[in-house]
Design a protein around this ligand. Structure first.
Ligand code: AMP
Length: 173
């Protein structure tokens, strides 16, 4: 069984023209979940990572497991208005309009070595904004990992100065 076989394509979700990569079909499969976590942790081990930051909401699932396995802390990076305490935010452009993400000001201590995780790399805008949040707080982005990478959208171009890893790639839609 390949991990890719556990990803479900859902056409026209959340809007027409988008092929949504549904990871729930991988997460519910014990071997799929275990193999994914193991591969992502193999990339990240022995790098002195002190914090894993996951991006809302699907980045929380594997991000939390990876953090525990690496003996690191977990940090949520959230959509606007969700974090209760003092925070900073960063905006990024979407195909139409813009969006933003937030992090608690005390989530990172200067010198923290951070692994950023999300479920999927598309254009890279979300992850680029997440890197800025970590760096504004004095953290070092040591690695960025994704379960899925849509190669044909060239999201890596926005993340050139980082060590970017993914375990399932798509060369075309
Ligand atoms: P981007 O900022 O363009 O790299 O988009 C990445 C974010 O949007 C991630 O948090 C993904 O969960 C979500 N995303 C973008 N495209 C898809 C897709 N085709 N299927 C599932 N999630 C997607």
């Amino acid at each position: 069984m390949e991990l890719k076989d556990l990803i479900r394509d859902v056409r026209d979700f959340p809007k027409k023209g988008i092929i949504f990569k549904d990871i729930t079909t991988l997460l519910k499969n014990p071997k799929g979940l275990n193999n994914s976590v193991e591969e992502l942790c193999n990339y990240a081990k022995n790098k002195g990572i002190t914090k894993v930051a996951g991006i809302e909401s699907r980045g929380f699932i594997l991000g939390g497991i990876i953090a525990e396995k690496l003996n690191a802390g977990f940090i949520p990076i959230r959509k606007p208005g969700k974090l209760p305490s003092e925070k900073i935010s960063e905006s990024y452009l979407l195909e139409y309009g813009s969006d933003s993400i937030e992090i608690h000001k005390d989530a990172i201590q200067p010198g923290d070595k951070v692994l950023l995780h999300d479920d999927l790399l598309a254009t890279g805008g979300t992850m680029e904004a997440a890197c800025k949040l970590i760096e504004k707080l004095g953290g070092e982005v040591v690695q960025i990992s994704f379960l899925i990478e849509l190669d044909f959208l060239n999201g890596r171009d926005k993340l050139k100065s980082y060590d970017v890893r993914s375990i399932i790639q798509y060369g075309s839609e």
